[in-house]
Design a protein around this ligand. Structure first.
Ligand SMILES: [Zn+2]
Ligand SMILES: [Zn+2]
Length: 414
């Protein structure tokens, strides 16, 4: 029996060792009181954070071992009864796989089912994208706890007859539809909103995500999953041209050639404006050049205060200071970065040169879907790596590495 128990604890050690970014020791993680299994009742009760607590009255049923490919997604349990071990509650339990953040990042093989709120559909996630916001959240931005992720493509499983079985992407702001902002048509700024994977709403790094029906957009067959997963960040890039009218003679610069910067640069390039991209990473600067976008390394930049508009996408507070050195008097700086730490900002140039500073966040999904359907924006070659969801923690680490542009999570591929 000890042999069985020790192999059981090996599996548990694996569950916990794939999670975590090192804040807790492996031993501590293993000993977390993470769930509760009732040895009498024929069921397993899962409580947050949804691991099964293996006690002396419960063990894995090794007659039905998980194939290595299932990564503990399916398991059977046995309970100890008066007569020995029995499988009365050893039914197969198909757990929901998820990547969560609760002061630490970890993969959970047996998450509780997604519970849709009124007006929400359940979407089975095919692919999800990791963006800078996710990396900020795991540093503490927004004080979020729950399933991570807000960029996805999937198929509607339940919640609405009209959407059932359709391939969709979803807007991330879940609005109340009744506050003054909602009434004014600004539901993205709803005062009572939750935001998928960012604030008060579980995200899409999971088998299922719940999404308000009103937020869904159908994906045409001409757009692949690998492209559709970019709709949310691409829509955010289109927001820039919604906020600031651009003409072919407009002098524009994009600072930061990361994931979002490359999307913004491509959207701006399509307007035919006079565009300069500034970045640190030789790989992404080369990407710009391949798209015929003039690109300079930040180290070689000579800022001349000659740009009508500068879009700041660096994800770092210094980006704003560089933008102020590049923008002309009475020009505009559009801020796209969200970052957790406080910046060291000097606002005097904003006053002296009468600069317009525009915050810019989510954007029009319809424009992004149109652009992808027309093949106007190349997103596919931005994908550096794709990980299975079980390796979600590793994927987040990879997304933070400068060598990778976009990192995707493969969850339920079509
Ligand atoms: Zn994002
Ligand atoms: Zn509202």
């Amino acid at each position: 029996m000890w042999g069985r128990l020790s192999s059981l604890s090996d599996r548990l050690a694996y569950v916990f060792s794939v999670g975590g970014m090192g804040k807790r020791s492996r031993e501590q993680r293993r000993s977390l009181p993470v769930g509760f299994a009732d040895p009498v009742a024929p069921r397993v009760t899962l409580v947050p954070p949804y691991h099964v607590y293996i006690c002396q009255n419960l063990r894995w049923d090794e007659r039905y071992p998980c194939p290595p490919s299932c990564m503990l997604n399916t398991y059977r349990l046995e309970s100890r009864s008066h007569t020995g071990w029995d499988r009365s509650f050893g039914e197969e339990h198909k757990g929901v796989r998820a990547v969560r953040y609760d002061n630490d990042v970890f993969f959970v093989a047996t998450h509780a089912d997604a519970e849709p709120r009124a007006g929400e559909c359940v979407v089975k996630v095919h692919l999800a994208g990791i963006c800078a916001t996710d990396l900020e959240i795991i540093k503490g931005y927004m004080g979020f706890g729950g399933i991570l992720g807000h960029e996805f493509v999937g198929t509607v499983e339940s919640g609405s007859g009209q959407w059932q079985g359709r391939r969709v992407v979803g807007e991330i702001n879940c609005a109340c539809r009744s506050c003054d902002m909602c009434q004014a048509g600004l539901s993205g700024h709803c005062r009572n909103r939750s935001v998928i994977g960012i604030s008060g709403h579980d995200g899409c790094f999971a088998d299922y995500v719940t999404v308000p029906e009103i937020n869904l957009h159908a994906v045409p067959d001409s757009i692949s999953d690998e492209e559709a997963v970019f709709v949310e960040p691409l829509a955010a890039a289109y927001q820039v041209v919604k906020q600031y009218p651009i003409e072919p003679r407009t002098n524009v610069a994009v600072i930061g050639t990361g994931r979002l910067g490359l999307l913004v640069a491509q959207v701006l390039a399509a307007t035919g404006c006079n565009l300069l991209a500034v970045g640190r990473n030789p790989k992404t600067l080369l990407f710009c050049e391949k798209k015929h976008i003039q690109a300079v390394p930040i180290t070689e930049l000579v800022a001349k205060q000659d740009r009508d508009m500068v879009v700041e996408c660096t994800g770092a507070p210094e980006g704003f200071n560089i933008a102020l050195q590049m923008v002309r008097p009475r020009g505009s700086v559009v801020l796209k970065s969200t970052f957790a730490g406080p910046g060291d900002l000097n606002l005097a140039p904003v006053v002296i040169h009468e600069i317009n500073v525009l915050g810019s966040r989510c954007g029009p999904f319809a424009d992004a879907l149109d652009a992808l359907a027309r093949k106007e924006i190349d997103v596919s070659s931005m994908v550096s790596r794709t990980f299975r969801i079980e390796r979600g923690v590793e994927a987040l680490g990879a997304a933070a590495a400068p060598d990778n542009i976009k990192v995707l999570l493969k969850i339920n591929p079509r």
